[in-house]
Design a binder for this molecule. Structure first.
Ligand code: AMP
Ligand code: MG
Length: 325
């Protein structure tokens, strides 16, 4: 079901009144508030259980609004915005006075993007302002890629859910910091490093996975309830079967190169050959294995090029060390 005009007007009214709206974007569903309403922004952190030092992304309706929210925009940022907006690219720039420190986790920089989704763009046009939104999930968990995922995850904690169908890209935006001398990727995502480099004309540093660079890049993030174990592609099936024999309820991500091989496990996901299909399906697969009662997921990393870089980043974090309970 896709949102109608009346839903969009209702959602814009909820934002104006200081409420929270879950909105579809091409990456994942966001939990949105009026970016200038500090009380509404504070509620996002409360609902997500997110530490207030973790900055949010401000979504705007078009590149022509950029200067209303940021200052000192370098030529590189304009070039990237021109090529990739609307789209899954977030630019980190110097905060303008309109952005409250509550939305940036106290930072003097702000992350901004124009989402490529008709419902999100209609909401931004109707609200007439900026909508600050992290992914619409509880802190550290799997991002929602359908309106039902949001409802299952947040229930009544969100005032209105706009349904825009399943997300096309399926992983979060690529975050590029353009405040320094050389732009750098803070988080790989829906726009690939190769696409960015083709436009910039020079190579970008591959993001380090060990180096905790920005909040939201904690070792455990994007994690299902089941433990995630990463092994070499050729060992996935044997590891999964061993763990199943040892009494685990194992969910297995069978690499595309082993498609069709029989696996003795609790639940099986056939990893798509196409990286865009894999990205689109990734969070749904993780949720599905949780729902099927798996306590362990065995997977391997894809080749880290194109969208494979973002997929590998999310899988590593899903497998990352978790806080002790
Ligand atoms: P999410 O909560 O999943 O939507 O993620 C938002 C991402 O944007 C997090 O990884 C944040 O760390 C990142 N982010 C937002 N603002 C900034 C900023 N000013 N500088 C660096 N990263 C940022
Ligand atoms: Mg998130």
């Amino acid at each position: 079901m896709t949102a109608r005009t009346s839903d969009i007007e209702k959602a814009a009214g909820v934002l104006r009144a200081g409420g929270l709206v879950a909105l579809p974007t091409e990456t994942v569903y966001g939990l949105g508030a009026n970016a200038e309403d500090t009380a509404a922004v504070a509620r996002i952190f409360q609902v997500k259980g997110r530490p207030p030092s973790h900055p949010l992304i401000v979504h705007i309706g078009g590149a022509e609004h950029l200067d209303e929210w940021v200052q000192d925009v370098p030529a590189t940022a304009r070039l990237l915005a021109e090529h990739f907006w609307p789209g899954p690219l977030t630019l980190v720039l110097r905060r303008g006075p309109r952005v409250p420190l509550e939305a940036t986790g106290g930072l003097e920089t702000v992350a901004v993007r124009v989402p490529d989704h008709p419902v999100a763009l209609a909401l931004l046009a109707a609200s007439g302002g900026g909508v600050t939104a992290p992914s619409a999930n509880r802190f550290g968990q799997v991002s929602p890629t359908t309106a039902n995922d949001v409802r299952a995850e947040l229930g009544d904690a969100v005032d209105f859910v706009l349904d825009g169908g399943p997300c096309e890209v399926g992983v979060e935006s690529t975050i590029v910091d353009v405040t320094g001398d050389a732009p750098s990727i803070l988080r790989p995502g829906g726009v690939t490093r190769e696409e960015l480099e083709a436009v910039l004309g020079f190579p970008l540093a591959v993001p380090s996975t060990s180096h905790v660079r920005v909040p939201g890049q904690h070792p455990s993030h994007y994690a299902p309830r089941a433990w995630v174990v990463l092994v070499e592609p050729e060992k996935v099936i044997a590891e999964a079967e061993l763990a199943q024999e040892l009494g685990h309820q194992v969910g297995v991500f069978v690499p595309a190169s082993f498609a069709g091989a029989p696996v003795k496990a609790h639940a099986v996901v056939a990893v798509p050959t196409s990286m865009s299909a894999y990205a689109r399906g990734l969070y749904g697969f993780l949720r599905e294995l949780d729902q099927q009662g798996c306590d362990l997921i065995v997977a391997s990393l894809p080749v880290e090029e194109g969208l494979g870089l973002a997929i590998a980043n999310r899988l590593r974090r899903a497998a990352g060390p978790r806080p002790t309970v």
